[in-house]
Design a protein around this ligand. Structure first.
Ligand code: 5GP
Length: 193
């Protein structure tokens, strides 16, 4: 999606360790107008799939998921990153290796909020190795919910998490796919190749 690619080129910073920093519009300060356009585009791609719930992971996925949900008119459920005191006992959960923090954390949702009646669209800000989306798929599996696909703002294609998820049968729609990035030479999108 050119709008997103242009913004990444303008403001994104390539850090060492294959991290793309987009704190100016996606991960810290939020550009709601841009996120609304991304949400609208994800709606266009998945609007025929009977989505009745959006599932994401706290914290960075919540903003995009929320703007996307306004088009679908469905609730957003965000998996919480640890078992907090105000969560019930009946939980679905999965362990996720964090690309950016280099640790393993558990994500959980309350069983009451996800069921076999649900047709779920997974949303996240970034797709790198695919662990976060795999964790969300596992949570849906435990609930018996159907996963219609995953919508992602930025996929880092060179990390191949998206390839693995697609090979496993998940429909993954990424609005910008970065195939190469380097602090010196910059960013190459799949759409450029
Ligand atoms: P994965 O689980 O696919 O390896 O990584 C996806 C998660 O890690 C996303 O939820 C995102 O928060 C974070 N992440 C992975 N790579 C990047 C990156 O290059 N930049 C930012 N800002 N977040 C990333």
């Amino acid at each position: 999606m050119k709008l997103l690619e242009d913004r990444i080129v303008k403001e994104g910073k390539v850090l060492s360790g294959n991290v793309l920093k987009v704190d100016g519009f996606l991960n810290h300060r939020l550009d709601i107008g841009l996120l609304d356009e991304l949400g609208k585009e994800l709606y266009r791609r998945f609007c025929k799939d009977g989505v009745n719930k959006i599932l994401t992971v706290e914290a960075s996925g919540i903003a995009l998921a929320s703007l996307c949900a306004r088009y679908f008119q469905v609730p957003v459920l965000f998996a919480k990153k640890r078992k907090s005191a105000n969560l019930g006992e009946d939980l679905y959960g999965a362990d996720v290796a964090s690309f950016t923090h280099g640790c393993v954390y558990r994500v959980v949702v309350e069983a009451d909020f996800l069921s076999r009646e649900d047709r779920v669209l997974l949303i996240d800000d970034f797709l790198a190795d695919g662990n976060a989306l795999r964790g969300l798929c596992e949570i849906c599996r435990q609930a018996g919910a159907a996963v219609v696909g995953a919508g992602v703002a930025v996929e880092k294609g060179f990390q191949h998490g998206g390839d693995g998820l697609r090979a496993s049968g998940l429909r993954v729609e990424s609005l910008a796919i970065v195939d190469q990035m380097d602090p010196k030479t910059g960013i190459v999108f799949r759409s450029d190749l």
